[in-house]
Design a protein around this ligand. Sequence first.
Ligand SMILES: [Zn+2]
Length: 282
Amino acid sequence: MNCPLCNHDSNVLFEKDGYPIRECVHCHHQYAELDLTPTHPTQIYDDSYFFDGGDGYPNYLREAELLIEHGRRYAKLLRHYTDVGTVFDVGSAAGFILKGFAEAGWQAYGIEPNDSMAAYAREVLHLDVTTGALEEFEMPHQFDLVTMIQVIAHFYDVRQAFDVVSRGLRSGGLLLIETWDRDSFPARMLGANWHEYSPPSVVHWFSLDGLNWFLQSYGFEAIAHGRPSKWLKGVHAKSLVRYKLDDIAGGKHLTHLVRAIPDNIKIPYPFFDLFWGLYKRL
Ligand SMILES: [Zn+2]
């Protein structure tokens, strides 16, 4: 299976949960070897992902406040680079991050493969969120800003996704991407045990340099980057930790400690294995 970004050969790095994880010999992109089809996003992001725990969320809607804050923080950051205008958010889920932008004055649109989530964004938050996958979509007009917060690691066709965005972002418009960093210290230290090597929900592992290189070919210039500050709700952190502890020998004995964490407490996510990059369309 050739590299989905540059089509060169690749080698298998290791296997995770039955899926070979490959690295491109040319651009070093890492990806899971699996047959990705247009139904991939709706299969992975079914309602159980948002509500049943595991590597997903015990109840996504309880994350509302933290995610709206996350959107507000990015909207504030963007004030240094652009005036408010129209924003198109890819993988909006229930629309919370997008709501943070809307509150800051952005005219907000989005797309989300899970229909229950998209319906929540439309009906409860009154946001213009379409149900669907970006790869099959044509953006209705050219936007001033496109946001992809923890989305690109899940695309079933990365090139097609950025073809759509290149057409749907005006010249001079901005693209904000937040994703996992395969070059981060935790990722390199933990190797195959890094928690974000979790196919089939995560299928691509980028680095800032790799993403900058790839986006150049789509006419994007990198203008800023950083590490997002991220918070988890106690209930989500507990669900993730329990899910991981179940995998390791003796882990079950630690779960009583984890249970003592209050559900509503805000816990900083301490791993610094995410990055954000801001790009200008030339
Ligand atoms: Zn490649």
